[in-house]
Design a protein around this ligand. Structure first.
Ligand code: MG
Length: 458
């Protein structure tokens, strides 16, 4: 049977510009999206990549050709456009962004009328319209216009402020360093921080699609300038964003980069203190610290497969108000159930102000775990059988099988073993109270898995 052709990956359509993602392709996908929304009102926005206007205009042409009315929201963070889709009662939204991907990429994200990304079933409908040439072009007299929708950045900032105690934060006069990573974060975060009474220092603040400051994915290894700036000027907090500002990674006042599940744990703790017993949604790749905090405040923790859209849809389904990922995605439902870098920044500042503690003290108080990652090569044709046998061998340990296999041990250590979806490898993520234990866990399960892989036939 022929494998169905796919356009959408785990986070919308992402391709290399003018290799696969050409204006022709973008216009055609615009026609398919427009056919899917059946002459609806569509908001379109874009991040700061080099090809943004080229692609926005092409997608817009496609949408217009099917009789949609197009509202241009301009350059903005993805969560700003997502918020505006719901706030302005659009039928759907399109964001031209490649998020954290390298500069040569761009992409297209499609949102439902509440701003949340469409479901995989809806993605398939669009793919079907695209590949089977079922485009519904409008007759000439039904073609509509494009309108500018102004003021979305201000609206978004004001909405975020409604969810925090602005006066309490303003009293502290925090000094914040914003690493916008040459992305669209600089359109919102410095102004939001200023509204919150902060002194703001911005680095990599120019929007530049070549990303000269650092690559658009904020990772501990490329946040050296941010950490050095914080310690050099004695700032209270630093925060770095990905290209479209839906993910944020925090650096404390001592210049220590804190990974996303630790900052999420602070937000989770604050949220559960006020909303005891609520549901928290997080992918299985998140740290044990998220589980510890949920248990401490009797929260109900729901693990999901890895992927931000899965977290959003799980939250919608369960009416959960908080979700978070280890890569710095925080989903704050009272504002919107999508990851949102500006909202996360406001929440962390609010937590600091409420506790009247430094960010390093707040992180210090969280349970400490050591994470060790590793991988094992496994030929693709053996992956399923190896996984089946591994599953049988660990069955007595009552594993979580939502995405790969995750095992928890009584001393609060854990290991996640996941086959890669794209490469012939298995990935291992072990966490424990000591580094030695985490290393030992990875070694033990690596050997177990290697044992199950038969050598390639000559
Ligand atoms: Mg992103």
């Amino acid at each position: 049977m022929e494998k169905p052709r796919r356009l959408f990956g785990t986070n919308g359509i992402r391709k290399i510009v003018n290799r696969e993602l050409t204006p022709e392709f973008a216009a055609k996908i615009g026609e398919a999206i427009g056919s899917f929304f059946r002459q609806g009102n569509i908001l379109i926005g874009y991040d700061g990549r080099k090809s943004n206007i080229m692609l926005v205009n092409a997608v817009t042409s496609g949408l217009l050709s099917t009789g949609c009315k197009v509202y241009d929201g301009g350059m903005a963070p993805t969560p700003c456009i997502q918020y505006a889709v719901g706030n302005h009662k659009m039928d759907g939204g399109v964001m031209v962004t490649a998020s954290h991907n390298p500069p040569e990429y761009n992409g297209i994200k499609v949102m439902w009328n509440d701003g949340v990304e469409i479901t995989s079933r809806q993605e398939r409908e669009i793919e079907d319209l695209f590949f089977k040439e079922r485009i519904r072009l409008a007759s000439w007299e039904c073609i509509k216009q494009r309108f500018s929708l102004l003021g979305l950045l201000d609206e978004y900032r004001e909405s975020i402020k409604r969810h925090i105690n602005v006066a309490e934060i303003r009293k502290r006069h925090y000094h914040i360093v914003v690493d916008a990573g040459n992305g669209v974060a600089s359109l919102v975060i410095p102004y939001l921080a200023r509204d919150l009474g902060c002194k703001v220092t911005t680095i990599n603040g120019d929007i530049d699609g070549t990303f000269p400051g650092r690559m658009p994915e904020p990772r501990p290894e490329n946040l050296g300038s941010l950490a050095a700036t914080i310690t050099a000027i004695g700032a209270d907090i630093g925060v770095a964003f990905d290209g479209d500002a839906d993910r944020s990674i925090f650096v404390d006042d001592e210049g220590k980069v804190q990974w996303g599940d630790r900052s999420f744990a602070l937000i989770e703790e604050d949220f559960l203190m006020m909303n005891q017993g609520e549901t928290i949604v997080t992918p299985v790749s998140s740290s044990q610290v998220v589980k510890d905090i949920a248990e401490k405040y009797e929260g109900r923790l729901v693990w999901t497969k890895v992927g931000s859209i899965i977290v959003s849809h799980t939250m919608k389904r369960l009416k959960a108000k908080l979700g978070g990922e280890e890569n710095g995605g925080v989903f704050y439902g009272p504002h919107q159930p999508v990851r949102d870098g500006a909202m996360s920044t406001a929440l962390i500042l609010s937590i600091m102000a409420k506790a009247d503690e430094t960010l390093s003290e707040l992180f210090e108080a969280l349970p400490r775990y050591y994470l060790v990652k590793d991988k094992v090569v496994c030929p693709t044709e053996q992956k399923i059988n190896v996984f089946k046998t591994l599953n049988e061998e660990v069955n007595h340990l009552n594993p979580e099988r939502i995405d790969g296999v995750k095992l928890w041990f009584p001393d609060n250590s854990s290991i996640l073993i996941r086959p890669s979806g794209t490469e012939p490898i298995y990935r291992f993520y072990a966490e424990a109270k000591t580094k030695e234990k985490a290393v030992k866990l990875v070694k033990e399960y690596k050997e177990k898995l290697q044992h199950l892989i038969s050598p390639r036939e000559k």
